[in-house]
Design a protein around this ligand. Structure first.
Ligand SMILES: *Cc1c(COP(=O)(O)O)cnc(C)c1O
Length: 404
């Protein structure tokens, strides 16, 4: 966090109701994202819980540009099923499409026609799609999703967790936005939605916090009715006053162009070093992380030996760098058949904390992974020996197998 955020924490007003930090947070969200109504939550998944429970009925579908782990879990807990409607390019690590996070409008329309509008709970669009490699959605695509959903009278809910980084890519790659401020881009993006959920732990530069925000009074009233059961009063939602102040200040700081330029270029720097070392990574290099293609890194391992989890463990063992599996373990099992799902992307995410590391850390990271790549055929696979019921990537345990 910045000095400004830490200073804000000292001004925490811990009044149970009506803390002034809540009003600062509300104002920051109104200014930066343009939503009228906000409900604070302890983190992003708290907001997902309230939003998806409110909008989803048993047996309904939620189309989304690829899934995210906690989002999929909350849609399923609410009785729904998430269906992937991202463009095909997103499933190909080598494809250099600049907006690989885009929704495939044909896929979306076909799904609506096939199931009927009453079976669609809402349309969910993630910014800077995490599981695809931090890949942005274009403004044009957001506009087209909105138009299509208007035709069918469907609500559009964003997972706006990485919307500031997404806005940076719009400014960089989309004609007409070269000179637009990040805040103006953000406000236009959000104008194409009915509401959003947000994990503040990412683009708001804080360690804890989340919220949902909406233009829709009915969504607001319903979710505000639920927050008091699951999170806390509607003026803190599980956060301390000081934490809300840090989020309010962080949302504004994280939407500054100069900061985002430094941030995204640092991620790019790591990606380019790995690329020069021939390590197979997802292209284009995304907003918040570099994603290594584990299927190409460890081609000697079958999918059942969890190549991405194996690679993540091997990197930790070799260098002390903690990474994250984003492949079959994260995807989980089919809700109906109970079988493992093996998605096309089997990735290891090198997520870069914001405003923490120098480029020398990036160099050390790249060198460690390049060294490992050079002896990749000596890395044995893993066997899963413990699997929890939900979100297994957080708590499963593994044993190392021996090389054949
Ligand atoms: C982190 C994240 C969430 C969940 O937020 P938490 O604050 O970790 O609960 C939801 N969606 C996306 C895209 C995320 O990256």
């Amino acid at each position: 966090m910045s000095d400004n955020q830490w200073a804000g924490m000292m001004l925490g007003d811990e009044a149970y109701a009506g803390s002034k930090n809540f009003y600062n947070l509300e104002k920051a969200i109104q200014d930066v994202l343009g939503y009228k109504y906000i409900v604070p939550t302890h983190q992003g998944r708290g907001a997902e819980h309230l939003m998806y429970k409110t909008l989803t009925k048993e047996g309904q579908y939620v189309p989304r540009n690829m899934y995210f782990t906690t989002s999929k879990a909350h849609v399923e807990l609410a009785g729904g099923l998430m269906i992937d409607v991202i463009i095909d390019e997103a499933h190909d690590p080598e494809n250099e499409h600049p907006f690989k996070g885009n929704v495939d409008l044909k896929k979306l329309e076909n799904l609506i026609q096939e199931k009927g509008t009453e079976k669609i709970a809402f349309v969910n669009v993630e910014m800077d799609v995490n599981m695809a490699g931090g890949q942005p959605v274009s403004m044009q695509n957001l506009r087209e999703v909105r138009d299509l959903c208007n035709q069918f009278k469907l609500k559009v809910i964003f997972d706006a967790t990485r919307s500031s980084e997404n806005a940076y890519f719009i400014r960089e790659h989309e004609k007409g936005y070269e000179d637009t401020s990040i805040v103006d881009i953000l406000r236009e993006m959000m104008s194409y939605s009915d509401g959003c959920i947000y994990s503040s732990k990412k683009d708001c530069l804080v360690n804890i916090g989340g919220f949902l925000a909406t233009h829709d009074k009915e969504i607001f009233e319903k979710t505000r009715g639920l927050v008091v059961i699951y999170e806390g009063l509607h003026s803190y939602g599980g956060m301390a006053g000081r934490d809300m102040e840090a989020v309010a200040r962080g949302l504004r700081e994280g939407a500054q162009y100069e900061y985002l330029k430094y941030r995204i270029n640092q991620v790019r720097y790591l990606g380019e070093l790995l690329n020069e070392g021939n390590v197979p990574i997802v292209k284009p290099i995304g907003g918040h992380a570099v994603f290594v293609n584990a299927l190409k890194f460890l081609p000697h391992l079958p999918r059942e030996q969890w190549p991405a989890q194996t690679l993540s463990a091997a990197i930790y063992e070799a260098s002390g760098i903690r990474t994250m599996e984003r492949g079959a373990i994260s995807k989980g099992r089919d809700k109906n058949t109970g079988e493992n799902i093996f998605p096309k992307l089997e990735l290891v995410r090198l997520t870069i904390p914001r405003r923490v590391y120098t480029n020398t850390h990036m160099k050390y990271t790249a060198e460690s992974i390049i060294n490992l790549y050079e002896k990749r055929d000596t890395i044995p696979g893993l066997k899963m020996v413990f699997e929890p019921e939900y979100l297994r990537f957080f708590q499963s345990r593994f044993e190392q197998l021996s090389l054949p």
